[in-house]
Each structure stands twice: as C-alpha cells, then as structure tokens.
Design a binder for this molecule. Structure first.
Ligand SMILES: NC(=O)c1ccc[n+]([C@@H]2O[C@H](COP(=O)([O-])OP(=O)(O)OC[C@H]3O[C@@H](n4cnc5c(N)ncnc54)[C@H](OP(=O)(O)O)[C@@H]3O)[C@@H](O)[C@H]2O)c1
Length: 294
C-alpha cells in the first residue's frame, strides 16, 4: 500500500491518475475526499490534516511507501507555514518509521535552505533535514516553480487581466525560474517509484527546459489566456503591506498572501537544468508549448 498526501494538488492529482492507471494500491490522506473527484472511488481514503499529526498514524497502517506532497505556501487557520511544512513532515517521518514504512518520497523545493529569505523555503529545509536524517530509504525531489494550465496563479492572472488594463506584479519581476509542468513532475515521481533498484537516498532537482524571469512567466500566462496586458511593477514595500492588510481583513479568503507572492521574488533555478528529470526518462516541456502558445 502506498500513502499519498497532497493527492488533490497540481502534482498529486497528476500522480494519482498515473498510480491508479498502473494498478498501484493507493491510500490518500486528505482533508476533504470530495476534492479527489472521480478517483475517490478507486483509492482508500484516510481523513487527515497536516495540522493534526495524530491523524497520520491511522493513515500509515500497512503502508510500505509514503509519497508526501501535501504542503502549504500560506498560513492556515490550524497551522503556520512552519508547522504545516517543517514540523508536519518531521512528524510524518517519525510516524512512518514507527509504522514500518520502507520508503519515503518527499517533494521539497529548489532553494530550500535555512538561510532562504522565504518562510516556505526555510520550512522545506527543516523538512528535508527530517527526511534525510531518518532511517527510511528516501528520495527528495526539489522542483522549480510548478504550473499547469488553469492552476490558481494562472487563473488569478487571467481574472485580473479580464477586468484591469494592466497586471500588477510585486517587485521588479527579475527573479528567475525554470517552470516545470505538474505532469512532468508527476512523471518524475512515478519513475522514482518504479525505480525499485535505486539506493533510495538521493536528492533530485527538477527543472523545466528554459529559464524565465517572473515577468516572462506572467507574459507567457497572459498569452495562454489570449490577453496582452502591460505589467505594473509594484515596489515590494507597497505590495507586502497591501497583501498583509488584505490577509488581516479577509484571512484565508484573501486572493493571495504576502508569503505566496514573496516566493516569486526569490530565484529557483538549478545549474543542472533538466538533467535529473532526463535521467528518470522524462523530458520536461516548455511552458509556452504546454499552454499552447508556441
Ligand atoms: N507549486 C509550486 O510551484 C511548487 C514549487 C516547489 C515545490 N513545490 C512542492 O511540490 C509539492 C506539490 O506541490 P503542488 O503545487 O502540487 O501543491 P498544491 O497544488 O498547492 O497542493 C497542495 C496539496 O496539499 C494539500 N494540503 C494543504 N494543506 C493541507 C493540510 N493542512 N492537510 C492536508 N493536506 C493539505 C492540499 O489539499 P487540499 O485539497 O485539502 O487543499 C493539496 O492536495 C508540494 O510539496 C510543494 O510544496 C511546489
């Protein structure tokens, strides 16, 4: 039995359909099973929450492999970014060790480090450390920014462009990324799982085939949405205050949080490019090709 967390997310939903098609027995740890869509009748369901580590124990019964994708880029009512990414992963690893799990596959992020400017990257560094120092065979995969057509960020940009003559972006838009399609990431995770002969203690960096600035990513999304709009660069002291005020007012209903937007100000690139993905037999596609704009 394989336990998949984050099965309702961009990567998780793409991975789940691959696992189901391959006939792999899967249990999904989810907050709300309805979000699994049609696949919910093809898997076992364990109700659980990253903010409730005792819920991991039931979910791990009889499990040999954990694929831990669930994560949060903003604070939630029941847990902070640090609790949901760092501490929850640490508790998941401990529970997996106690449950006799053999293998732990973890999705981190390029740039995860205790010294990174963002809370998310610092929490991912703590999570990686928990996985690395465990007794489990483990694979850590660290992607650059992940996208898919119609994902929440593209949808937000499309909505803004539909009603405004320009699209605001925080900061100078010069941070650099190697956007990687969620389906390509899912193919990489699936390849790692099938590669039973690997020594299971490796860190792979997953990147798309081109390096784009944040501004170039937004322009590509706008082309995908069929709308051309000038970008309005909003100085960070202003964007951070506006977003923080929005969160204070609207809480979890805010369209974007400062912690999420700050992630797009910190470059997430690897000098090895697509090497690790290709070693798994996956050739990541260009963002414009995935979005059907060239
Ligand atoms: N997206 C990126 O640009 C990016 C970049 C680098 C690394 N990563 C990492 O790659 C992995 C997959 O990313 P993704 O983009 O597929 O994520 P995503 O679309 O944001 O989905 C997050 C998943 O985590 C689940 N989740 C969130 N809070 C939870 C909680 N409190 N308890 C249980 N489950 C919870 C969500 O479930 P609900 O349906 O309940 O919300 C969802 O299934 C994550 O570990 C992420 O940090 C992503």
């Amino acid at each position: 039995m394989l336990l998949l967390t984050g099965a309702t997310g961009l990567v998780g939903s793409a991975l789940l359909s691959r696992l189901v098609a391959a006939g792999t027995p899967v249990r999904c740890l989810v907050r709300d099973p309805r979000r699994l869509g049609a696949d919910r009748v093809r898997v076992q369901i364990a109700l659980g929450d990253l903010a409730d580590p005792p819920s991991f124990r039931n979910a791990l019964r009889g499990v040999t492999t954990v694929v831990h994708l669930a994560a949060a880029a903003r604070d939630q009512p029941r847990g902070s970014i640090e609790e949901l990414n760092g501490i929850a992963t640490w508790r998941m690893v401990q529970a997996a060790e106690r449950a006799g799990v053999q293998r732990f596959v973890f999705l981190s992020a390029l740039g995860a480090s205790a010294h990174n400017r963002t809370r998310f990257h610092r929490a991912k560094a703590l999570a990686e450390e928990a996985v690395r120092s465990s007794s489990l065979r483990h694979d850590v995969l660290a992607p650059s920014v992940v996208y898919t057509p119609g994902d929440p960020y593209s949808t937000l940009i499309g909505r803004v462009a539909a009603v405004a003559p320009f699209v605001p972006i925080s900061g100078n838009g010069r941070a650099r990324f190697q956007p990687v399609w969620a389906d390509d990431v899912a193919d990489c995770v699936h390849a790692v799982l099938r590669d039973g002969d690997g020594d299971g203690s490796r860190r792979l960096e997953l990147a798309g085939p081109e390096t784009l600035s944040h501004a170039e990513i937004v322009r590509t999304i706008l082309r995908g949405a069929g709308r051309s709009r000038p970008l309005l660069r909003v100085p960070v002291p202003i964007s951070s205050r506006v977003l923080q005020a929005g969160e204070a007012l609207l809480r979890s209903r805010a369209l974007a949080s400062w912690d999420e937007v700050e992630l797009l100000e910190v470059s997430m690139t690897t000098p090895t490019g697509t090497r690790d993905a290709e070693a798994l037999g996956v050739r990541p596609q260009r963002m414009a090709a995935v979005l059907g704009v060239g």
